[in-house]
Design a protein around this ligand. Structure first.
Ligand SMILES: O=c1ccn([C@@H]2O[C@H](COP(=O)(O)O)[C@@H](O)[C@H]2O)c(=O)[nH]1
Length: 275
């Protein structure tokens, strides 16, 4: 984020985007799309977020393209955040952790999105393996979709579900917070949430969590809107958009320029983190 600005473009090969790029909705089209993104974004941005769903829809050959995409970004020295939103009972979570966060998995990424709705504690195998291998997790807290509040704003044992997720991340990040830095446990907080974090009394700044903010662009979120959403936690924010940036393709230079513009627009609001 310091080097490239607080922006993480997504690789979301929607059928409509493949079509707009003049590519077939096939594994070959998927591969050309994803590798064009690798060429455009590799070495240029803080992080890239491939969306699992759009690779999985092609079955095992799509997952093979995902592996090559992650490998290409690794080779370019660019951090990867694999958007898989996994969550399961602890033992199965251990399997997911091995798949995405171990040093020798073909699907390894630098971080993975996880879902805490089987209980924050069920994520422990992923949290521990991420810490052990120098990787990270991003836990869903306040998602960007309009349906999210029906679960995340619900009150349980005197606090909201979102507040318990933020508290879990804060506890896991305590050592990093003590050292004045950010921890390995990030949170997903949508760019579209308006004043919800403030209204629910969430201490995002105190969580020491990197904050992935999806929902910019196609979902209506704006860099300016991040001020209301994040307040004093703004320096922790890593903005994300997929469709808005990918719409600039398939030209590599145009894609890269679109990502750079987004990073600059976000840096103007979020500032540049130091330390
Ligand atoms: O709360 C969330 C969590 C994840 N996402 C993901 O981010 C991208 C957004 O794509 P756009 O094209 O910029 O809308 C997509 O992969 C989502 O699954 C999210 O939108 N909100």
């Amino acid at each position: 984020m310091d080097a490239h600005g607080p922006f993480c473009p997504g690789i979301d090969p929607h059928a409509a985007l493949l079509d707009a790029w003049g590519l077939p909705d096939t594994v070959d089209g998927l591969e050309r799309f994803a590798l064009t993104c690798v060429e455009a974004f590799g070495g240029q941005v803080a992080c890239v977020k491939p969306q699992s769903a759009f690779f999985e829809r092609f079955g095992s050959r799509g997952v093979a393209v995902l592996e090559r995409t992650l490998e290409g970004l690794r080779d370019a020295g660019t951090l990867t955040l694999f958007d898989a939103k996994r969550g399961d009972i602890g033992t199965t979570m251990g399997g997911y952790a091995q798949a995405y966060l171990s040093d020798d998995s073909p699907l390894r990424a630098d971080a993975v999105t996880v879902s805490p709705y089987l209980g924050y504690g069920s994520l422990r195998p992923a949290l521990d393996l991420a810490a052990a291998t120098g990787r990270g997790v991003f836990v869903l807290a306040l998602t960007s979709n309009p349906e999210g509040p029906s679960v995340q704003h619900a009150v349980l044992d005197g606090r909201t579900v979102a507040a318990s997720v933020v508290a879990g991340a804060a506890a896991d990040n305590a050592a990093a917070r003590g050292a004045g830095g950010l921890g390995s446990v990030g949170l997903v907080v949508g760019a579209t949430i308006g004043a919800a974090a403030h209204d629910l009394g969430l201490d995002l700044a105190g969580s020491a969590a990197p904050l992935l903010a999806p929902g910019l662009g196609a979902q209506g979120g704006t860099p300016e809107g991040l001020r209301e959403a994040f307040g004093d936690a703004l320096p922790q924010v890593l903005g994300n958009s997929s469709r808005e940036v990918l719409g600039a393709g398939p030209d590599v230079a145009a894609l890269r320029a679109a990502a750079r513009r987004s990073a600059e627009d976000l840096a103007a609001v979020v500032g540049v983190r130091r330390g």
